[in-house]
Structures are given as structure tokens and as C-alpha cells.
Write a protein that binds this ligand. Structure first.
Ligand SMILES: CC(=O)N[C@H]1[C@@H](OP(=O)(O)OP(=O)(O)OC[C@H]2O[C@@H](n3ccc(=O)[nH]c3=O)[C@H](O)[C@@H]2O)O[C@H](CO)[C@H](O)[C@@H]1O
Length: 256
């Protein structure tokens, strides 16, 4: 909760700072907002940008993302000088193809992909699969994973749109995802293939606040920004494994 409160005040600060500009077009792309947070419990799938937001946001983190989008919408309608793109990105995974830049979470990873990769490299014993009784293809949770390189390109594309001669005016939200949902078991299998290692797992109870499925319709970003995800699941796993196998202990050189 303290972290969320801090995050919120930081974000208010970041967003309000550009209002002190000199009257030229201001830009404020917001590179966050995973769908379980702004979209809440999906009313339909795939999630489109017109899906209601803020309803059923179950945690303060999700609410803070929703509030920030609302602030940005208000800001956008307050003056035509505003040109704002919200990138609602799904589950970012993968690493830079060089294997030099990757995800190194502090402590025990909360998210699936870094957990799987730490099991594959021998830092953790087994993956805990949070529930196999969801209404999904194999009972485990389904998500739309996106390679960080695609995500980075999505940001560049959005910035190009904001900084071009005729930037859009007002507020616009775009989903960034592949549009394909993969289950936890499919993720484990794909990572096992990429790392050529067996990945032990056990099924445990559902994680509080989790939803069964979340994946998006990313066609608006394709039509209006000219962006679409290039990398599939195999490449996400291969690049993650390249970084993890080169950096067994992550950037820190001690176990914790
Ligand atoms: C409750 C929670 O933290 N939600 C965060 C998590 O949502 P997500 O639940 O979308 O991502 P995640 O990577 O934590 O989990 C993906 C899927 O794997 C499952 N799973 C995850 C970890 C694990 O050790 N075992 C397992 O089975 C989980 O139940 C879900 O079905 O990530 C998002 C970013 O990508 C946002 O930060 C969300 O706020």
C-alpha cells in the first residue's frame, strides 16, 4: 500500500510537471496500464480499448492506473494543446536479444516469466502454478505476453505519432499485445523448449485477485499507429533464457 501511495504521488508529479510548459504542444505518453488493472474483470475478450475501465479494479495499484488515465483524459479535454497517448500494455516479458539487458526482480519474482526462468537456471526449485481450475483451455491462467522489444517499438511509434507535424490532439488509448493468450502450462512448456531444461512445477491454490484470462485486440494500434507485435512466444522465451543463462544470479552477484 505504501508503495502504491508513493507511486501515485510520483505519477501525479510527473503528469502535472509538463503543464508548466510554454504553450506549445505538450506530450505525455504513459507507458503503463496492464489490463487486469485498468480494465478490471473482463466483460468480454479480447479486450478492446472501448472496454469499460475502472470497474472491478481489485487493488490500489490498479486503481492508481485508472485514476491516472482519468486525469489524463481531463487534461486532454482542458486544452487542445494536449496530445496524449496511453499505452495499455499487456504482460511484458523477454530480454534484449544481446542477452545483456534482462529482467532481474528483487527477491522472489511475483510474475510468471521471471519465476520460470529462475527455476530453469536453478535458482528456484519449482514453479507454483496458481490454480488449474479456471475456465480456460487447460485450467491455468491465460495472459497476453508481449516481447519487450515489441513494447519498446510501440513506445517509439507512439512518440513519433505525438511528435510528428500533425500530432493527434486529445487523449487516445492503445492496447499493446500480441492478441494471443497463453496458459501457465503453455508458458512452462515453451520455456522448457527454449532452455532445453525440465522445469518442475506444482499446482497450488489460486492467487488472490487473479483473473482467469486476459488478452487483447491490438488491431487499433496496427490501424492507427502502424504498430504490431513481431515476436512470438518462442522468441520471448529464447531471449529471456539468453539473458538468464548469461546472468545466473542476475545483476547482483549474490543469492538472496
Ligand atoms: C496480482 C498481480 O501481481 N498482478 C500483476 C501481474 O498480473 P498477471 O497476473 O497478469 O501476471 P503474472 O505474470 O503475475 O501471472 C501470469 C499468470 O501466471 C500465473 N502465475 C504467476 C506467477 C507464478 O509464480 N505462478 C503462476 O501460476 C498467474 O496466476 C497468472 O495466471 O502482472 C502484471 C504485469 O505483467 C501487473 O503487474 C499485475 O498487477
Amino acid at each position: 500500500m505504501r508503495e502504491t501511495t508513493y507511486l501515485l504521488s510520483e505519477q501525479y508529479h510527473r503528469i502535472s510537471k509538463p503543464t508548466t510548459g510554454d504553450g506549445r504542444v505538450q506530450t505525455a505518453p504513459i507507458p503503463y496500464s496492464p489490463p487486469p488493472t485498468v480494465y478490471g474483470l473482463p466483460q468480454y475478450l479480447p479486450l478492446t480499448e472501448s472496454h469499460p475501465t475502472g470497474q472491478g479494479c481489485t487493488n490500489p495499484y490498479g486503481k492508481s492506473k485508472f485514476f491516472i488515465e482519468e486525469m489524463l483524459k481531463d487534461l486532454a479535454s482542458s486544452s487542445q494543446k494536449w496530445s496524449i497517448i496511453a499505452l495499455r500494455y499487456f504482460n511484458p516479458v523477454g530480454s534484449h536479444p544481446s542477452g545483456e539487458i534482462g529482467e532481474d526482480p528483487n527477491g522472489i519474482p511475483n510474475n510468471l516469466m521471471p519465476y520460470i526462468s529462475q527455476v530453469a537456471v536453478g535458482r528456484r526449485k519449482k514453479v507454483q502454478v496458481f490454480g488449474n481450475d479456471y475456465d480456460t483451455k487447460d485450467g491455468s491462467g491465460v495472459r497476453d505476453y508481449i516481447h519487450i522489444m515489441d513494447l519498446a517499438q510501440g513506445h517509439v511509434t507512439a512518440l513519433d505519432k505525438l511528435l510528428c507535424d500533425k500530432p493527434l490532439s486529445g487523449f487516445k488509448a492503445y492496447n499493446l499485445g500480441t492478441g494471443t493468450g497463453y496458459s501457465v502450462f503453455e508458458m512452462i512448456e515453451a520455456f522448457s523448449k527454449a532452455s532445453k531444461r525440465t522445469i518442475p512445477y506444482e499446482v497450488v491454490g489460486r492467487r488472490e485477485g487473479d483473473i482467469a484470462s486476459s488478452y487483447c485486440d491490438a488491431s487499433l494500434a496496427k490501424t492507427e499507429l502502424g504498430w504490431e507485435a513481431k515476436y512470438g512466444l518462442d522468441r520471448m522465451c529464447e531471449d529471456t533464457w539468453r539473458w538468464q543463462s548469461k546472468n545466473t544470479l542476475g545483476y547482483r552477484k549474490i543469492f538472496y
